[in-house]
Design a protein around this ligand. Structure first.
Ligand code: LM2
Ligand code: CA
Length: 427
């Protein structure tokens, strides 16, 4: 069964800003958990991807702050009823610049880190080129990143000690970065040594690859990031609902509780054509009402150059940071999903091949996936005479006609959400 909850990735947010968000905003928005950026010492380079180049697995000092601020953030979030997920990079260590001093002051060189030397890496050294070949994907270097020998018992214990420390710090779960670049057996062994933490695995599916690299292979261990749903959502927001329809029929590669779903993550956001706000909202609405997976909402920052760090480190929803999780439409659907208990959409009805109506728990949803205005007549199957369009701002009342239907003009990529349990608040 799908998870009724939704979590938000507060990408590159500092610990103290996250604590404030947990205290002041997150509980009311409907999320149950957050994912944060990697917490350990990384290379000191002015790019967000410096966080994916570990220097010392035992020092908690990163662009987001130090260990004390981290502990206090986790405590604050727990007090607000919000769970916290770490991002754990365990496939490789740093290479950029070949040597340097990490964010906690640790000097490093390629394959020379506290507790690690050349003998702890895969040899002979090679670089991944053929993504269909499991041996290469798992034992060669991703980019130029030195590939840890995760089949070695000493390496496994060092990485497991890191994951145990994450649990001791209070993390409720963790994303395992680049999981496909380690064999499923290595991942399972490390997790077992770590005491079986709650995790999800970053596995980018590739139909041309060997079975050993398929999401379903890793889903035998833990939920995996699901890029297939993302493809279906993208088709939908570009006007074609046919791929999503298979999810509505209950057909999918993974079972509903083994998929972490998303419209975009921090990587895809940097490598795909930017969408309009209306398209993004439509995408989240479709994702959150899918009755499949555990959805993740990405909340990062504006950028012109895809390598860039945020223009100001301190989070401000007015300047530089997207605060996408606070978007009123996104948050309405997060709350609807929770109220619906992660159920499947029902009573799907095509009013046009690009206009779809359905019922989702207490909600009635109307979506226009075309880039034209569409005028439709819709019967939301509600018993009263007046409802609130929760997406058009407070106090926007939809009056149902004599027969319970309503004539609505939907803008390009427009959405309507009525709830049988929602009263319009005064404007
Ligand atoms: C991931 N998932 O499995 C992360 O989601 C993704 O963001 C990470 O790549 C990747 N795995 C490795 O942890 C990012 C970024 C890369 C960057 C790496 C390492 O997308 O561009 O690679 O982090 O910092 C960078 C350079 C690349 C270079 C590499 C090694 O962009 O040109 O490769 O570092 O220095 C020669
Ligand atoms: Ca590897």
């Amino acid at each position: 069964k799908a998870n009724p909850n939704t979590f938000v990735h507060l990408f590159e947010w500092r610990w103290e800003d996250i604590a404030a968000e947990c205290r002041d905003h997150l509980p009311g928005l409907g999320y149950d958990a957050i994912q944060v950026s990697p917490a350990i010492e990384h290379i000191d380079h002015p790019s967000w991807w410096a966080r994916y180049q570990p220097v010392d697995f035992s020092k908690f000092e990163s662009f987001s702050g130090g260990e004390e601020a981290l502990r206090s953030m986790i405590e604050t979030c727990h007090a607000a009823g919000i769970k916290v997920y770490a991002d754990a990079v365990i496939n490789h260590t740093a290479d950029y610049g070949e040597q340097g001093v990490g964010t906690a002051g640790t000097p490093w060189e390629i394959m020379q880190h506290p507790g690690l030397d050349e003998s702890h890496y895969h040899h002979p050294i090679c670089t991944i080129e053929d993504y269909s070949n499991a041996d290469e994907v798992q034992n060669c270097r991703l980019g130029a990143l030195p590939d840890l020998n995760t089949s070695d018992s000493y390496v496994r214990e060092l990485l497991a000690a890191y994951l145990r420390k994450l649990s001791e710090l209070g993390f409720d779960g963790m994303r395992i970065d680049a999981a496909k670049h380690m064999s499923a057996a290595d991942v399972a062994a490390i997790l077992e040594l770590a005491g079986g933490p709650n995790v999800f695995l970053e596995v980018i599916g590739d139909p041309s690859a060997e079975t050993a690299l398929q999401p379903s292979t890793y889903a035998a261990i833990a939920p995996v990031t699901d890029f297939a749903t993302r493809g279906a959502i993208y088709s939908a927001i570009n006007g074609d609902l046919s791929d999503l329809a298979s999810y509505w029929r209950g057909e999918s590669d993974l079972s509903a509780d083994m998929a972490v779903t998303f419209v975009d993550n921090h990587d895809t956001e940097r490598h795909t054509q930017p969408l309009s706000i209306a398209q993004k909202q439509l995408g989240e609405a479709l994702l959150l009402t899918l009755g499949y997976g555990y959805p993740k909402v990405l909340s990062g920052y504006q950028f012109e150059n895809r390598d860039a760090l945020p223009s100001q480190a301190q989070v401000s929803c007015e300047q530089g940071w997207t605060c996408w999780h606070r978007d009123p439409i996104v948050s309405q659907f997060v709350q609807l999903r929770r109220a619906a208990g992660g159920a499947q959409p029902e009573q799907l009805e095509y009013l046009d091949d690009q206009v779809l109506a359905f019922s989702y728990g207490p909600g009635r949803v109307l979506v226009n996936v075309s880039n034209e205005t569409k005028s439709v007549s819709w019967d939301p199957q509600l018993s009263g005479s007046e409802y609130c369009d929760l997406l058009a701002g407070h106090g926007s009342v939809v009056e149902l006609g004599w027969w319970g239907d309503v004539d609505i003009s939907l803008p390009p990529h427009g959405l309507v959400l009525l709830r049988e349990d929602a009263v319009c608040s005064a404007p």
